[in-house]
Write a protein that binds this ligand. Sequence first.
Ligand SMILES: Nc1ncnc2c1ncn2[C@@H]1O[C@H](COP(=O)(O)OP(=O)(O)OP(=O)(O)O)[C@@H](O)[C@H]1O
Length: 264
Amino acid sequence: MSAIKVEGVSKVFAGAGGQSMLALSDVSLDIADGEFVVLLGPSGCGKTTLLRIIGQLESPTVGRVRLDHGDRPERADRPLGFVFQEATLMPWRTTGANVALPLEMAGMGRRERTEKVREMLTLVGLPEAENKLPHQLSGGMRQRVSIARALAHDPQVLLMDEPFGALDAQTRDMMNVELQRIWLENRKTVVFVTHSVSEAVFLADRIVMLGTKPGHIHSITEVTLPRPRTIDMTESAEFRHLTAELRRQIGEVQDTEARPAVSA
Ligand SMILES: Nc1ncnc2c1ncn2[C@@H]1O[C@H](COP(=O)(O)OP(=O)(O)OP(=O)(O)O)[C@@H](O)[C@H]1O
């Protein structure tokens, strides 16, 4: 069953001086329920724009996105969870109170909320952090809290825009392992934007490579490495082969001549 259907999406932005700019051209993509899809590609190819359109933070100029709730119509009320590069936690609220915020806004009662917050903090490996303030946590811990907050209301789809882009390499590796574990435990549909080829191969079921000028789908690569994947596996021949091929493709799309703009 597909959870997300992107159908013929194009996006035109109004640029400086009244000129319009075609950021995405005719993008169609089916994402299966429970699938982990990574959007990869050079800077400016439209990864964030596509993610924001899937997340209904931006509307397409042409085309549409459909979220399919399948046999769980209750999901229509809470379809999406977001994690961005910055954790965007409220500095004056404790970790627990940050995770509880969307639940409070949804009108969940105090006892149920407390239980849910503990469950989520345990899921992300931070059961001890409930009463800490964000500034008392490391960058990686803050991102775990923002993942807990995004998952607290049990969204159907988790949208992640370079969530580990601001972390050091070692913490990032650890967070990739953690995210995989969390995903294997609750099997949300995930759409994840990154610049990092190795992060993409480590996490993805499928990697959607976007090309530039204008943004379009260049290729889709299935990653069949067994799960759970480990950091050791990044040294394997298959992992290296895949990352080399994807890096070659990024070079290819960067070199592509500008195609004529399509009128939308
Ligand atoms: N709100 C906006 N108004 C005008 N142009 C925009 C807007 N948002 C994005 N763009 C342009 O659309 C194109 C795609 O941007 P987008 O941020 O989606 O790319 P990206 O692949 O995520 O880039 P990066 O990897 O550098 O974050 C870029 O040329 C960008 O300048």
